[in-house]
Design a protein around this ligand. Structure first.
Ligand SMILES: Cc1cc2nc3c(=O)[nH]c(=O)nc-3n(C[C@H](O)[C@H](O)[C@H](O)COP(=O)(O)OP(=O)(O)OC[C@H]3O[C@@H](n4cnc5c(N)ncnc54)[C@H](O)[C@@H]3O)c2cc1C
Length: 410
């Protein structure tokens, strides 16, 4: 019998599968996609995520796949630079780094394949959960196979279909409600001159619109345009597919950026992908024989890049709890309480990160909704910029370093 079936080879599932497999646990990792580059995947890793990579002994892989370090953050408001913060922000520690997720995931799975107790099943979905009494004891795959297992881990992302199949639900937390108030239109442009010399994350607020861009690990300029649900510019009311986005973004850019964007004449690069931002938390992450992990348990907002970092840290904590039990072939009476312990250990950090993401977004919403604030901030940028920067730096601390210490102990 396969000891563990993991559904989904995103950062949560792939890393946990490797940790378990390298410790002698029989693991089947089932991934719906045939290839890792089939859809957009986030890239930014905070120091907490980079530290988690070190804990998992994956730093070498991270160094060999395409990546870019961030040199600074710049906040522009009504064409004036409000402040700049250089990376790394902490006195010691790595800068925020953009890592190519498809290549990273492929390399993690490739390393796991060296373990004879690991099986990777790409291009296949986990379609159903098998039950014996109250306990989930197996899965049905889209290729028709039924696999019996001691534990099913659903790492199948924010739209997890296994979550509802296991009768678990998502709840939006009151302190994170602001987080769901944006959708993001995502553009991949050729590398733009302003981001060529150094890699700056630019946050631009202009005429009540906001967007951000940076150089991604593939040397493209990745631009995210916020569609605010509190205004009339959200995805349901905007005919975003037919909008002339080049002109729209130029019209809301500082002069130096507008000039550069004019040069991007290829209409294809101005066709965005829409990402609906979902932020929530499952009140209960487990059922007997079943555990939700990563975005399946707690869909994260893209604000300040938390999701992959949290996914890595979930994988480490899960391995700490599960490896000793699975190595000793513990029975259900020992395994099931450990699932609740994993949630208890991870939930406080997730709640805090989601609340901090909501607070970041609320700052943006204030500027979005109050032209007087934008005017004041831009007119008095040299005076207020320093104070705003200090307050921003304070707010970043836990978003960058994590809320608790996470160490791999197995
Ligand atoms: C626009 C946007 C930008 C983002 N940018 C960043 C960023 O820069 N940094 C960051 O840290 N986070 C970012 N995030 C969040 C981050 O992408 C997620 O939090 C993270 O990918 C979650 O990892 P996961 O492994 O839990 O889930 P996912 O990465 O979603 O992986 C789930 C996997 O499960 C597979 N799957 C689904 N259903 C099944 C099934 N039934 N059977 C088998 N396989 C299945 C999917 O194909 C997928 O590969 C961003 C999110 C958005 C929306």
């Amino acid at each position: 019998m396969t000891q563990v079936v993991i559904a989904g080879a995103g950062p949560t599932g792939a890393c946990l599968a490797l940790l378990l497999a390298e410790r002698g646990i029989d693991v089947m990792l089932v991934e719906a996609a045939k290839r890792f580059d089939r859809q957009f995947r986030g890239q930014a890793l905070m120091p907490s995520g980079l530290d988690a990579l070190k804990e998992m002994d994956l730093s070498t892989i991270a160094e060999t796949v395409p990546h870019q370090q961030l040199n600074a953050w710049e906040f522009w408001i009504e064409s004036k630079l409000l402040f700049r913060a250089d990376e790394p922000i902490e006195a010691e520690g790595p800068p925020c780094t953009l890592l190519s997720q498809p290549e990273f995931l492929a390399a993690v799975v490739e390393r796991a394949k060296a373990c004879s107790n690991f099986e990777f099943v790409p291009g296949t979905t986990v379609q159903g959960l098998e039950k014996t009494g109250d306990r989930i004891t197996g899965v049905t795959l889209s290729d028709g196979r039924q696999i019996a297992t001691a534990l099913v881990i659903a790492a199948d992302g924010r739209n997890s279909s296994l979550r509802s199949k296991a009768d678990l639900m998502l709840e939006q937390q009151s302190e994170t409600k602001g987080n769901s108030s944006i959708d993001v239109l995502w553009f991949s442009l050729p590398n733009l001159p302003p981001v060529r010399k150094e890699n700056v994350f630019y946050a631009i607020v202009e005429n009540g619109h906001s967007f951000g861009f940076f150089r991604n690990s593939q040397n493209q300029t990745q631009l995210g345009w916020g569609l605010s649900k509190s205004s009339q510019s959200d995805a349901s009311t905007t005919n975003w597919r037919d909008t002339d986005w080049q002109q729209q973004i130029i019209d809301h850019s500082p002069h130096w950026l507008a000039q550069v964007l004019q040069t991007q004449a290829d209409p294809d690069v101005w066709k965005p992908t829409l990402f609906s931002v979902a932020v929530a938390l499952a009140p209960q992450w487990s059922q007997p024989g079943f555990l939700l992990l990563g975005d399946a348990a707690h869909p994260m907002s893209p604000v300040r890049a938390q999701g992959i970092n949290m996914a890595f840290r979930d994988a480490i904590v899960a391995a700490n709890h599960l490896v000793p039990l699975l190595q000793s072939n513990a029975d259900a009476t020992q395994l099931d309480p450990a699932l609740a312990e994993i949630q208890a250990e991870r939930e406080p950090e997730i709640r805090r990160a989601q609340a901090l993401q909501a607070a970041e977004l609320a700052q943006g919403e204030l500027l979005h909704n109050y032209p007087i604030l934008r005017w004041g901030a831009s007119q008095f940028a040299p005076i207020v910029g320093l104070g705003v920067k200090q307050s921003w730096l304070r707010r970043q601390q836990q978003l960058r370093l994590g809320v608790v210490q996470v160490e791999l102990k197995v």
